[in-house]
Design a protein around this ligand. Structure first.
Ligand SMILES: [Zn+2]
Length: 150
């Protein structure tokens, strides 16, 4: 897990910025000056974790023009632990392996090239985040025991 300092030092475009409503708690991504749920204006900036879970997804068979995507690809709604939801492409896996509830990591990647001049656009993509194996869990548990007995 990178330190808070690490996240502060990366440029804002790499971060996942959001806002949280002080009135109803709704988290919005991208950030909004006015809460879309209650129209409250008491909103605070919030940085999202680079992880989440697939809430729902669709497999796209015909991609739009400039996208550097090989069809079919997966477009998912991912929810972060803060409660923000975003539409994001899921990469580095077989589209058939994507399922609701699947944990993903949100990584900064090249998204598309615009026109022949080739303006490169970057943004976030989701990649599968495999849960820890049972062996690793057991090892972590025994380590915690050692600490408890130290
Ligand atoms: Zn609100």
């Amino acid at each position: 897990m990178p330190s808070p300092r690490y996240w502060r030092e990366i440029p804002s475009r790499y971060r996942l910025e959001a806002t949280r409503c002080g009135d109803c708690g709704r988290v919005s991504h991208p950030p909004r000056g006015v809460c879309p749920a209650c129209r409250g204006t008491d909103v605070q900036a919030l940085e999202l974790s680079h992880e989440g879970r697939v809430v729902t997804y669709t497999i796209v068979h015909v991609p739009p023009g400039d996208f550097l995507m090989e069809a079919p690809y997966v477009l998912a709604v991912v929810e972060t632990p803060e409660g923000a939801r975003m539409m994001i492409q899921v990469v580095d896996c077989d589209p058939a392996s994507v399922e609701i509830g699947m944990p993903v990591a949100l990584e900064f990647r090249l998204i598309r090239k615009e026109g022949k001049g080739g303006i490169l656009c970057y943004g976030h993509k989701a990649v599968p985040a495999y849960p820890r194996g049972e062996e690793e869990e057991a090892e972590l548990e025994s380590r915690e025991m050692e600490v408890a007995h130290a």
